[in-house]
Unconditional design. Structure first.
Length: 247
């Protein structure tokens, strides 16, 4: 199968996230090697890749938690590690593990977070869609993995951000909850927000994504609209063709 174009779209000037020629190494071991891809504004972008492909590293850079060794990253037109408070309020981040205070109750946490934003979402409506009130009497520390996922997603969305970074947003969820999370993310796109979803689920990518990025060994081996990447084939088959060929 021929390699698909892996350079950013021509419309990168209007991209929510634009990554150009990024390199990074840990203790001399390359993690990212000239990585370039973009996430279109107002769309859901799914980032796929095997463990060790560099997904977490580059997303942490886009979130402003880490700096690359070289190259450039623009998030909503700004270098994320130099972003001011107004810019950070426009970005919602959901980590797969951690980031939530363990001793608080879910609804109290969400109301507290909402108080920091000028125009937060209706906390009761958002929490209700994620069935958070049903386990609100339990502290975050004692929640199941799937329940924490719901609270983490609500925390990322409560400020009505322009851009969401969601790391494995449906990991550990039952099928009913997974469908509701997909619906909520789609609703965010419909209101004009952008989302970058890191996932290992081909079904999730095919259900949600307008744009797909496939990473392998610190590089981008394919990106583009879902139908342009797959050409009518299953995303799973395309993914394995590309990642095996790039090894």
């Amino acid at each position: 199968m021929p390699k698909l174009p892996a350079s950013p779209d021509d419309g990168a000037a209007t991209a929510a996230v634009d990554i150009r020629d990024v390199t990074h190494a840990y203790s001399g071991n390359p993690a990212l090697s000239g990585l370039s891809w973009s996430a279109p504004a107002g769309r859901v972008t799914a980032v796929l890749g095997r463990n060790g492909a560099g997904k977490t590293s580059v997303i942490e850079m886009a979130e402003g938690l880490r700096r690359p060794d070289s190259g450039s990253i623009q998030v909503l037109g700004v270098e994320p590690w130099n972003a001011d408070a107004d810019h950070r309020a426009r970005v919602g981040v959901m980590l797969q593990d951690g980031g939530l205070p363990m001793g608080t109750k879910p609804m109290a946490l969400l109301r507290h977070l909402a108080s920091f934003y000028r125009a937060p979402r209706d906390v009761d409506e958002l929490a209700g869609r994620l069935e958070i009130p049903s386990f609100n009497r339990t502290s975050v520390r004692r929640l199941s993995g799937g329940q924490r996922q719901r609270v983490a997603l609500a925390a990322a969305m409560v400020g009505q951000p322009d851009l969401l970074f969601l790391d494995e947003p449906t990991a550990g969820l039952d099928p009913h909850a997974r469908r509701e999370v997909w619906a909520i993310i789609s609703d965010e796109r419909d209101r004009g927000a952008s989302a970058v979803v890191t996932t290992h689920s081909f079904e999730e990518a095919e259900r949600l994504a307008d744009h797909v990025v496939i990473m392998n060994a610190g590089t981008c081996v394919a990106q583009g609209p879902l139908d342009a990447v797959t050409h009518g084939r299953d995303l799973e088959d395309v993914y394995f063709d590309l990642t095996e060929a790039a090894r």
